[in-house]
Design a binder for this molecule. Structure first.
Ligand SMILES: C[S@@+](CC[C@H](N)C(=O)[O-])C[C@H]1O[C@@H](n2cnc3c(N)ncnc32)[C@H](O)[C@@H]1O
Length: 195
């Protein structure tokens, strides 16, 4: 797809995508994150929005031209770095307090999906946030749908579901990595002292 178009899904132009990105960022339960990881970043449109809420963002994609475009579109954001990386074999060092898996997991076969989810949970700090958002209609190249991805994520130990936003077109979920003391997550209102 990238051989014939710089941005094959018109991610910058489509109202559908821009609205979904806004919903994705709005669903983040914390106002700020220290270090975010966004694999499968494509041309960096969601990356640009995440950059507004994070002290640093590491984004990656398997396709060279996507990495180049994402670098160009985030050039004015020195706290964003974009690397070429093929998941799950390649994975960044260190831990993250936010991982965003957007329109990525349905490209992975059973084994790769399992490995990506395992590596995601182990690189999330206790209490860290995982966002998953995926198209829910069947597509020839997709091995599952948004609802199928949600079932796979639900089966992964170590995550607690905080939010589950479902539309006809996509499924957006927010999870928290279980805290080290085993305590459940505090909601946003509790953190703000409202309840
Ligand atoms: C539909 S785009 C999603 C872009 C972006 N996450 C968003 O939501 O706008 C999926 C991207 O995932 C990348 N991708 C697919 N499999 C990958 C893998 N195993 N490792 C890294 N990137 C991958 C593709 O190259 C493509 O750019």
């Amino acid at each position: 797809m990238y051989r014939t178009a710089e941005d094959p899904w018109s991610l910058a132009e489509r109202w559908y995508e821009r609205r979904k990105y806004d919903l994705t960022v709005a669903a983040l339960p914390l106002p700020r994150y220290r270090r975010a990881f966004e694999p499968g970043c494509s041309v960096g449109e969601l990356t640009r929005r995440l950059a507004g809420r994070c002290d640093s963002v590491l984004a990656c994609d398997r396709v060279d031209s996507a990495v180049e475009t994402a670098r160009r579109r985030t050039a004015g954001l020195p706290h964003v770095s974009v690397r070429r990386m093929l998941l799950p074999e390649e994975w960044p060092e260190g831990s993250f307090d936010l991982v965003v898996l957007s329109e990525l997991l349905y490209y992975l076969d059973e084994t790769a999906l399992d490995a990506v989810l395992r590596r995601t949970v182990s690189s999330l700090e206790p209490g860290g946030t995982l966002v998953t958002v995926h198209w829910n209609h069947p597509v020839a190249e997709h091995l599952t749908t948004g609802a199928g991805v949600a079932r796979r994520v639900a089966a992964r130990p170590g995550l607690v579901l905080l939010a589950d936003h479902r539309e006809e077109d996509f499924v957006l979920q927010v999870h928290q990595r279980a805290a080290a003391d085993g305590h459940g997550p505090a909601g946003v209102a509790a953190r703000e002292g409202l309840v």
